[in-house]
Design a protein around this ligand. Structure first.
Ligand code: ACO
Length: 338
């Protein structure tokens, strides 16, 4: 039997329509366009409408990804979604909501939580399911409505994030020049308090205790981040991750067509780019436009170069993500979309 590989057959994204500029934050908190630009590289981000949940953003990206793969929803064997801002904290999963909106029935669907590394975790799962001959066409979706979990009085976090969605169809191929070469994921829960949504209504709250019951406020599930410490560990981890995946696949950094890192902070991206020695023209940057869209950031960035006409079938992509958990991961793949 011929060897079966997984390939990225299509990519798509959805950007919500409400553009929020740094200057808009100057009106509500003690900050400035100058600080945000200098410390993060972010100029704008997009927020979804109040009635537009993260599953809805995911549906829009997913629809496009399926049609760009030349498929119909019925061709999809499995739907997996990565998000830290699901419609519901418990159930149903965003993947089930997205499936139902797309008209996909009686196919497995589930969510994963790996914060900003979510898309790389999805790639790892999709690759394994395909190579083990379990499924042939897998829809993966990274979607976030981070604006719904931001504390707009905390200037150290609220200016950093944006909403958006990215999706891809991962399909089986026998052609090794179309394959996802490798995916490497990891985590270290020791650093779980670097990035948290500590007031989310999780089971760590003692609901039987009157004190907590009186404290519960469903709007208080905000992101908290130990930004400076996270910054340092992010640079080191992202750079090590790249070195490891290149070495274990015997690939030289100069052979990479595009380096597409998680878009959290331009200073992190530049620092990692310098350490790994990649030509700056190959580094994809979208954080200036979209801010940090967590699990959606990498697929949105891939789709950006696709929309600009810069991405071609056969290009060698190097993806690299880092996020809450702490989680991280990287991937090397030949893009197999049109
Ligand atoms: N406007 C003006 N001043 C600000 C702002 C703001 N928006 N935010 C913070 N400051 C101030 C701070 O209060 C502090 O003031 P002080 O010195 O008087 O106390 C000063 O700026 C410096 O603060 P730092 O936190 O040390 O600033 P730093 O240079 O580290 O930048 C940032 C902060 C942008 C958050 C950076 O640390 C960062 O990008 N961290 C990593 C983010 C990341 O990679 N996250 C992982 C993925 S996200 C996920 O998984 C969901």
């Amino acid at each position: 039997m011929e060897k079966k590989y997984a390939s990225m057959k299509s990519i798509a994204s959805y950007v919500p329509k409400n553009c929020v500029a740094n200057e808009d934050f100057e009106k509500i908190i003690d900050t400035s366009d100058e600080w945000i630009t200098k410390r993060t590289g972010i100029k704008t981000r997009y927020f979804a409408d109040n009635n537009e949940a993260s599953s809805e953003l995911g549906v829009k990206a997913a629809n496009l990804a399926i049609s760009r793969a030349g498929m119909k929803p019925d061709d999809i064997d499995l739907v997996i979604c990565a998000t830290l801002s699901p419609d519901y904290l418990g159930m149903p999963s965003n993947a089930c909501l997205i499936s139902s909106r797309l008209g996909i029935e009686n196919k497995p669907a589930f969510d994963i939580t790996a914060a900003c590394s979510g898309f790389i975790y999805l790639l790892s799962l999709a690759k394994s399911f395909i190579e083990s001959n379990t499924y042939n066409n897998i829809l993966i979706v990274g979607t976030e409505k981070i604006s719904s979990i931001l504390d707009f009085s905390d200037r150290s976090t609220c200016v950093l994030f944006g909403d958006g969605a990215g999706a891809a169809v991962i399909s089986a191929t026998n052609n090794e020049n179309e394959r996802i070469i490798d995916v490497n994921i990891s985590a270290n829960g020791k650093y779980n308090d670097f990035l948290m949504t500590p007031r989310c209504l999780g089971s760590n709250l003692n609901f039987s205790n009157e004190f907590y019951v009186s404290q519960i406020d469903a709007t208080q599930n905000y992101i908290k981040m130990r930004g400076n410490e996270t910054f340092k560990i992010a640079v080191k981890t992202l750079a090590n991750d790249v070195k490891e995946i290149l070495i274990r696949n015997n690939i030289n950094i100069d052979d990479v067509t595009y380096f597409i890192p998680h878009q959290a902070n331009l200073r992190i991206i530049n620092a990692v780019g310098d350490i790994i020695g990649i030509d700056a023209s190959k580094v994809v940057v979208t954080v200036n436009k979209y801010g940090n869209t967590s699990a959606a950031s990498i697929p949105m960035a891939i789709d950006d170069i696709c929309k600009e006409g810069r991405l071609k079938k056969g290009d060698l992509l190097l993806l690299d993500a880092f996020g809450g958990g702490l989680t991280w991961g990287s991937s090397l793949l030949y893009f197999n979309g049109e």
